[in-house]
Design a protein around this ligand. Sequence first.
Ligand code: LMR
Length: 338
Amino acid sequence: MRHLTTRQFIAAAASVAALALVGPAQAQSPIVIKFSHVVAPNTPKGQGADKFKELAEKYTNGKVKVEVYPNSQLYKDKEEVEALQLGAVQMLAPSLAKFGPLGVKEFEVFDLPYILPDKAALQRITTGPIGKGLLAKLEPKGIKGLAYWDNGFKIMTSNKPMHKVADFQGMKLRIQSSKVLEAQMRALGAIPQVLAFSEVYQAMQTGVVDGNENTPSNVYTQKMHEVQKHMTLSNHGYIGYAVIVNKKFWDGLPADVKPQVEKAMDEATAYANGLSQKENDDAIVAMKKAGTTTFYELKPEERAEWMKAMEPVTADMASRVGKQLIADFQKEANAKTN
Ligand code: LMR
């Protein structure tokens, strides 16, 4: 019932947005881009969105107005994608782990444990044919993919130490809505629970979940360190985003506006990707300073044990994500640059 109400609300908002597009005031009033996201403003994605707003408004001399709605203020994870398709918002940057429910499950290749050795590999993949090919898969869904924004590698958090694989046995760990992440948690012996990002802090506080995997920046800006006593700096997986727009809206942008908006997106992308590592490094420093959490670096033999436990996930998920895609991804990820 509640879901129906949300859908109805989104549909109503979409009709208002559509009316605004065809109204007589169109020539004078700015084109509004509503950019909804689920994280805090002081994260890599939050700062990327704010930079895009600043640049798009500047380069179009105010012909475009960007309204940024952070922290799930407008919509939660699943609803924001529905809202984009219905035209109630125009732009999002969901995590690559959240495209499965939309029917583009190939993005979950990014969720495979240890698939990205470093940020150079990420750069090669997102700017090359694999990254472009994945974005193109969104078009039949009425969505245009504009860019990849980086966040970073994930850590594990909970109220008890997680050093050995046996420590995960029976732990309820929150995940994003990705079948690969579900398989990964099961491979560790944990019980995965899909929850919207905005619900994680409270779920930890009330014991609905024991912990989660996320980037240090997300953990810190959601204050999860207040309710999680232990963090393992495992870097076992990756979180990044695809910046997406409603295709109909994008295709309908006037020719004197679109190049400026594209320029703003290119520069906001470089900006966001340039600060992601530092944001995550700073988040760890800040959480250490807060003193509420114990941080743990895996010993080489522990890391090897984690990798071994998660290794079957890649083969098990091949039928979902695509065997060829995984092979191409691994080849590019491990290619030597010189
Ligand atoms: C999460 O749900 O944990 C992340 O995808 C949130 C985000 O957008 O970084």
